[in-house]
Design a protein around this ligand. Structure first.
Ligand code: NAP
Length: 343
């Protein structure tokens, strides 16, 4: 049995579910991959805990459910322990970075990921910030240090958009990528299609915890554009930042637009699009009128989906209904297993 040592930064919605899945799948991973995962360190905003013997995932979950920091872990908790210190002090093989997405400077994730590479640790992350701001640098750092950077859950959570594009379309040229990659705006537009106004639909999304109190990142298109930037870098192999994407959100879409669209047997979706133009791609995020027969038009309120149009692999459509962060955490676990079982 091989034990792989993990250090985890961020114990929020995704981090906590990852801990649950590590326990739930312990026997399966042993049987299928001869693999055991040991969480030897973890930090949140309050600090952290680390021990080479492995932390109890149940104890971390108990603390987080009681709204306490992992820094209160009995006997070994360290208030103020930072992610950087965790990387330095824990002898982890894989750093799992699940702190909040910050599109301004990528922190704290960006510095943590750089430090992990400097210590020759593999990195698994669902955090878009560092990838959107510094994808070429981080991919090069991983290569130089002979380690892996896997981030399949950073785009569309549990839907393997990136694995499909990077692995399964590895010999293809993507002529066009189209995606409904932001669940919140798809939910709001779907409700508006049923007759609600924008404000009412947004409030409902906030009431059920789907939209943030400050919905700017979602409704103004930044989250979708961030995912498109990651797809462009990882799948289209195009060094790309947010500046390369023309971005329009959904605030200007009216119920009347949706009614007119319905009369024309169309729907309006916020589409992230990368379309080949000569040797380059044109990248945009904008509300788009789609015929009802279009695969992305059929996506319901809780769904995300992507469509790859390729030169030799045909046209591939994939979709997911993701009502909670378990599929995202499962994507993170899949990346961990991929690295651990290859080492
Ligand atoms: N939720 C999803 O379905 C989903 C899907 C795809 C990608 N993602 C991405 O996955 C990441 C995690 O998402 P989430 O929903 O789990 O976020 P979340 O619930 O807000 O949790 C964020 C975690 O990061 C910790 N944190 C914040 N600042 C930190 C710092 N300076 N040092 C150490 N820890 C820090 C927080 O600590 P405290 O616990 O002390 O607050 C919390 O545990 C984000 O980057 C998100 O964009 C999420």
């Amino acid at each position: 049995m091989r034990t792989t040592r993990l250090a985890i930064v961020g114990l929020g919605n995704v981090g906590r579910r990852l801990l649950e899945l590590i326990e739930l799948k312990r026997d399966l991973l042993r049987a299928r991959f001869d693999l055991d995962l040991s969480v030897i360190g973890a930090v949140d905003r309050g600090g952290g805990a680390l021990t080479a013997a492995g932390l109890s995932t149940n104890e971390i979950l108990r603390l987080k459910r009681a709204h306490q920091s992992v820094a209160t872990y009995p006997g070994i908790g360290q208030p103020g322990l930072s992610a950087q210190q965790l990387v330095r002090d824990a002898d982890a093989e894989i750093l799992v970075e699940l702190s909040l997405t910050n599109l301004k400077d990528g922190e704290p994730g960006l510095s943590t990921v750089r430090s992990a590479f400097a210590r020759k640790q593999h990195v698994v992350t669902a955090n878009k910030g560092p990838l959107v701001l510094a994808y070429p640098e981080l991919a090069a750092l991983a290569k130089t240090n002979g380690v892996h950077l896997l981030h399949s859950a950073s785009v569309t959570g549990g839907l393997p958009t990136l694995n499909l594009g990077m692995r399964d379309l590895g010999a293809a040229v993507v002529e066009k990528f189209e995606g409904v990659v932001n669940g919140t705006t798809n939910y709001i537009l779907s409700r508006m299609g049923q007759g609600q106004g924008y404000a009412e639909a947004l409030k409902h999304a906030q009431d059920i915890g789907m939209a943030e109190a400050d919905p700017t990142l979602d409704v103004d298109g930044w989250d979708a554009a961030s995912k498109l930037v990651i797809v462009a870098n990882a799948v289209l192999r195009r060094p790309t930042t947010l500046k390369d994407v023309s971005i329009e959100g959904i605030r200007q879409v009216t119920p009347n637009d949706l009614r007119v669209a319905a009369e024309r047997k169309q729907v309006i979706k916020l589409i992230a699009l990368a379309e080949k133009a000569g040797k380059d791609y044109q990248l945009s995020v904008k509300p788009t009128w789609l015929d009802k027969g279009h695969p992305l038009a059929r996506l319901g309120a809780g769904m995300m989906g992507v469509l790859y149009n390729t030169d030799i692999n045909g046209t591939i459509f994939a979709a997911i209904e993701e009502e909670d962060p378990y599929p995202t955490a499962a994507g993170v676990l899949r990346d961990i297993v991929q690295i651990a079982s290859a080492c």
